[in-house]
Design a protein around this ligand. Sequence first.
Ligand code: C2E
Ligand code: MG
Ligand code: MG
Length: 741
Amino acid sequence: MPVAAETGLAIALAIVLLLAATCVALLARARSARGGLDRLRQRERGFRLALWASGQRYWDFHVPTGRLRYLVARDDAIGQQHDFSSEPADPAAVIHPDDLPAVLDRMHRYVAGETPEFSSEHRVRADSPTTTRGHWVWIRARGRAIEHAADGTILRLAGTSLDIDRSRAAERENRIASEVLRSMNEAVAVLDRHFRFLSVNPAFTRMSGYPAAAVAGRGAEILDSIQHEPTRGRVMRDVVEREGRWSGETWLRRDNGEEILCTVEAATVLGSEAQGERMYVLMATDITLHKRAEEELRYLASFDSLTNLPNRSLLAERLSRAIVRARREGSRVAVLFLDLDRFKDINDSLGHAAGDRILRAVATRLQQAVGHGQTVARLAGDEFTVVLEDLTGPEDAERVAREIIMAFEAPLEPDDGQEVSVSPSIGISLYPDHAQLPTELLKRADAAMYQAKAAGRRTYMRYDDSMESEIRRRATLAGALHKALDRSELRVVYQPRKSLESSRITGAEALLRWTSPEHGEIAPADFIPLAEENGMILEIGEWVLREACLALQRWRQHGLSDLTVSVNMSVLQLLRGDFAEVVRRVLDDTCVPPSALELELTESVLMANAAQTAIKLQAFRELGVSLAIDDFGTGYSSLAYLKRLPITTIKIDQTFIADLGHDPEGASITTTVIAMAHGLGLMVVAEGVETEAQARFLAQHRCDEIQGYWVSPPLDAVACMALIRNRQPPGSQAPLAAGAP
Ligand code: C2E
Ligand code: MG
Ligand code: MG
């Protein structure tokens, strides 16, 4: 370690200095003893032997001539005698060409009196018989003036040089080693045989918080963690002492008391053997964060990061365990598969960040609704699953499904404070009634959920065997629908709308029909959701709009100029793409004035986010197109909400009209809606009017228009035009009581 190396180096240096001093003294003495030649020879021999023994060389340099002389000591042939000779040398031939200018410069600076001593480290050509020719060795040369001219200028220098090649290499290695230690990311500490700190690297300081000076001389037990047995540190050190090493994971304590988890390698290093010195090196890496990340990963593998609910894999595990328990105890398990209605549209219109906030709010609401003892998981997107255990009967699961739906009646309040209404559709499957395996149970619950969606959403459905085939049928239908437009299997029919005040037919609603050669007549309620799911509604919707405008234009050409046509618009059309632009183009192409077109949107769609939809709808109003809310009363909006939307018409849903004769509540809802809509300046249309009594009731309560079988079923464009022509009252003001619709 650096400590030992530095000590060694210092000792070597001291020896060299000592020897150099001896040499200079001997030289001086030799010069002064001109008289006694024998004594001089004797001394010179002694001096040469001292030089030889110390591995140094004597040199002298004559400044005016630039001549260099060496006193070379060599082993004689049998290696016992010492043969000394003085050899002249050319500095340019002896000194490494790269070093020569610097050496000469140092020499001149000394001669000029700028330095008190000549001293230089440089390479010279090796002349030892053991070294290869052309090989260079590092030496340290030192010398002083030994002869001056009368004017005091230096004539001759003499000194010694020492081979420092090896110590220089060792020093370099040491430097590299300590540099490596300094730059290492691993904390390294060197400890003495009593496990007291000798030195540490910067990474150790970073990891432990202890600066080098703060640990020097202190025992390694300052790192012992309180999380382990009190004896653990001692035991570890005993192992290193006995077996030479220890490695493993352990908690260590930082200077501020914080605990960190580390991988530690401790090993014995034997220092200089002569001194029997034993030291320990400890290398540690902080893996606390790594460990935490690992735990997080494990968490991520089982929990959904958005909602913190269990994810699909943890759900599968819990469901499996629930099934095992139920089998043992002869009880039931229910799987509730829950999908949010029209969540895709909400996500598209509000953006994904808002969508995420809503999903988190849904997760919380759902967990509250079913209680914290039950598993609520998020599978993907807007799909959630609830596992209910210990059910006494299937009714228990249905009760929970009802409670969930009720829990979503109140709008959600995601953390951005913007209220949003969402409703779930729920499918239920039961163990052991419907399946034995977790995957099968999930599949069945999913199938039942689809049925709940088909049944009008915001409801629940228990699985039954027919559902499997229903799902297959939907898949085939979706495939067939792709070709329907190209194969001219779609057509549009028109259902007239009649004014109660004037008895005039004011217009007609365009309704889509699909007759498939393979599947027969398919109701819009069956195929429109499919077209919405796969996005085909965009293309189909535009086609319906064009057809409806063309029909209206033909009627207008036949003199029926005061008519409007209503076209149903899917939420997808509202939210995706630039439907307002499509509408403007179609109106242009067909020469229909915007005021003759009305677009119908269902209430639930509009209410999901009133503020956002209002902006979208404004584009249509600016075109001059009328906007109607379809199926009003089936969603859970209030008329107050409608004030925010730029709509012109409300179409009361046919379920309320059907109730008119026998359900007082239906009647009061209808009359209230009419009154309030009028209060807001909106026109009111009643849908599904089938009887004269219903029409009379609506007329009494000042409903503006009616639509339904009592006026006419939907007809093709030609038949519809004929009907409108026939029904137009001569004076155009015939009262309703006049008889036929
Ligand atoms: P909607 O817009 O509320 O259309 C009225 C529905 O009530 C039509 O059903 C119509 O045939 C039916 N109906 C009319 N009069 C009576 C009546 O007196 N009694 C009863 N019980 N029903 C009556 P349809 O044609 O099956 O359409 C169902 C729904 O499909 C429509 O409801 C509308 O939401 C959607 N739809 C139809 N065509 C299109 C379309 O081109 N695009 C879009 N996006 N949706 C459409
Ligand atoms: Mg409609
Ligand atoms: Mg309707």
